[in-house]
Design a protein around this ligand. Sequence first.
Ligand code: ADP
Length: 190
Amino acid sequence: MLNIVLFGPPGAGKGTQSEKIIAKYNLTHLSTGDLFRKHLGEGTELGKLARKYMDEGKLVPDEVVIDMVDDKIANTPETNGFIFDGFPRTVAQAEALDRLMQRKATKIAGMIALDVAEEVLKERIRERGKTSGRVDDQDENKIETRIKVYLAETLPVASYYEKQGKFAKINGVGSIDGIFEEISNVIDSY
Ligand code: ADP
């Protein structure tokens, strides 16, 4: 299996690049943000629980996220591997992911981080907010909170993979195809 963590702040372009990676390498997309939004839309208990965190731009508690990912992995029997998007977002989630991978007798090949300056991120999120319908994309304070949470809680996850020699950083500003080519080069080196 080929398992990749796609990493970066909100608005870095993870969703866009995920689609291209999935198509080229035939992987299963596991986006915790998308999974939560699906639960929200379906009005499940999990969705109701997640909503209050998501709408504020805060992180959903680790146990809740980990259980949901565990469930998704368990219910994906046949796959070439996973592309994790928006997960792990805390070091505790990264440790849990290692355990989940071990249980499947596989591992994370590497983390690919998309690097984008804060001002560019804010502009992209504001732009996306015009059409995404996402509450957390439409309010300056919430955008600000998400970037703050990213810097404080999520950025340490990069060091977690760096220590294992599994970290690659790519410039996330440029053409979508150009960025994808750089990502492909990293994946092909695994
Ligand atoms: P973004 O565009 O900000 O990267 P996502 O679509 O990945 O956002 O996630 C939206 C929201 O869902 C987050 O702000 C957070 O509340 C919740 N969420 C998604 N993934 C996680 C996670 N791994 N841990 C905790 N909360 C999460």
